[in-house]
Design a protein around this ligand. Structure first.
Ligand SMILES: [Ca+2]
Length: 408
């Protein structure tokens, strides 16, 4: 009797909890992914079994030739193709989210992916949103402008569907389902475009086209693997299909098919179920902060003093308590500059170097000037580099002779 009463209470509590969840609606979120957020698996390359890659909502770059995690295969940038840090296409070059994106170049016949394991076990029928955006630069895609980064994932067709010899072991690797953009629309050059891997070109149709990376689609809808099937056909043919648990690779691979010298940018990956949609915004930096203080050689001899600060996002404790500012004095050149307003600050990461560019206005010896400051944090072993250009004609660039530039 007592046990029964507890059961009733438990059921009632569950019902209340369920109502509360229903009332709160789906959980939607945007997650910014920066280089610092990639799965840390030690020196690259690393085994796919790396625990960090299977934790949380981690992303990583993946080498599909060697089947290894290798975060050196891609980068996070604020440019598409050409000279960074500027957009090469003006307003059309702006990524769909934030200021940056992930970039992959296919060289040496590599098969690089931007990939994740976080969706393993989710039934295909539960997926309501599956989208991503690409930027295809004509200048970086000289041999075939119909190529684009394509989405693929390890599939589990469900119990008893994919059998030996197509599938080596029940529940194990069963090849991949593949969404190729040029089978689902026209790849546009020099522009961002979003691919809908569920609906294709027709909203609410579930009529995207997918192929199978194995030799043959399994029964009951057997066909050669390269034969495209609509998403709704896949759901009907294999109702228990899901993203393979465990080895749950899902990635966007650049290089289709595989000629060298192809560069593409990726941003705004969206994955949704009835529980909500998560949007991933790939960015070269997150809540970065920058601080510099020290000396450098003056433009006309002697020491010049350098000081600047750029605070991170609100709430981020970077140990520095002062407003954003830039100061520089170079007595040998008669320069004594102090900023009065910061109009922009941008961070970039490249090959282990971190750069902050601050732009604004200030006074030099009491006279108003505009300024651009670029500071580079080269890590612990190489001195930071400070560059300042004032609109009154003064400019200086050089390494710090003491002190430090720290961007984090
Ligand atoms: Ca972005």
């Amino acid at each position: 009797m007592k046990r029964f009463a507890l059961l009733v209470v438990a059921i009632a509590l569950c019902a209340v909890a369920g109502l509360a969840r229903a009332a709160s609606g789906p959980y939607n979120a945007t997650i910014v992914v920066t280089p610092n957020d990639l799965a840390r698996c030690g020196p690259p390359p690393a085994a796919p079994s790396c625990g960090a890659a299977h934790s949380d909502r981690k992303w990583f770059f993946y080498d599909d030739v060697k089947d290894l995690i290798d975060n050196t295969m891609g980068s996070f940038v604020i440019c598409q193709y050409g000279a960074c840090p500027y957009y090469d296409g003006g307003t059309v070059g702006k990524p769909p989210l934030g200021v940056g994106s992930a970039q992959i170049s296919t060289v040496l016949n590599r098969r690089p992916n931007l990939a994740t394991y976080q969706f393993g076990g989710i039934k295909l029928a539960s997926i309501t949103t599956l989208r991503y955006s690409t930027y295809n630069p004509l200048a970086g895609n000289k041999t075939d402008p119909t190529r684009s980064g394509y989405l693929h994932f390890n599939v589990d067709f469900g119990p008893g569907v994919c059998t030996f010899p197509l599938c080596a072991s029940a529940g194990g690797y069963q090849h991949r389902l593949v969404f190729v953009p040029r089978q689902n629309g026209t790849v546009i050059q020099d522009s961002w475009q979003e691919w809908d891997a569920i609906d294709g070109l027709v909203p609410s149709s579930q009529a995207s086209m997918w192929t199978f990376s194995g030799p043959n689609w399994p029964a009951p809808c057997a066909a050669l693997g390269p034969t495209p099937k609509f998403w709704f056909q896949i759901l009907a043919c294999y109702p228990n299909s899901r993203i393979l648990p465990g080895d749950s690779f899902l990635g966007i691979r650049v290089g289709e098919p595989y000629p060298d010298g192809y560069t593409e940018n990726i941003d705004a990956f969206k994955f949704g179920t009835a529980a909500g949609t998560i949007t991933f915004d790939f960015e070269p930096y997150g809540c970065s902060s920058a601080h510099g203080d020290g000396e450098m050689n003056g433009k006309h001899g002697g020491d010049a003093h350098v000081h600047f600060n750029k605070n991170g996002c609100a709430g981020k404790d970077d140990g520095v308590d002062e407003p954003d500012n830039v100061q520089h004095s170079d007595p040998g050149s008669g320069t004594d500059f102090k900023s009065t307003a910061i109009t922009s600050a941008a961070f970039a990461v490249d090959e282990g170097r971190q750069t902050v560019t601050m732009v604004g206005t200030g006074v030099n010896n009491g006279l108003p000037v505009g300024f651009t400051m670029i500071a580079v944090d080269n890590g612990d072993l190489v001195p930071g580099v400070f560059t300042l250009v004032l609109t009154d004609g003064y400019s200086i660039t050089g390494s710090l002779t003491n002190g430090a530039i720290v961007i984090q």
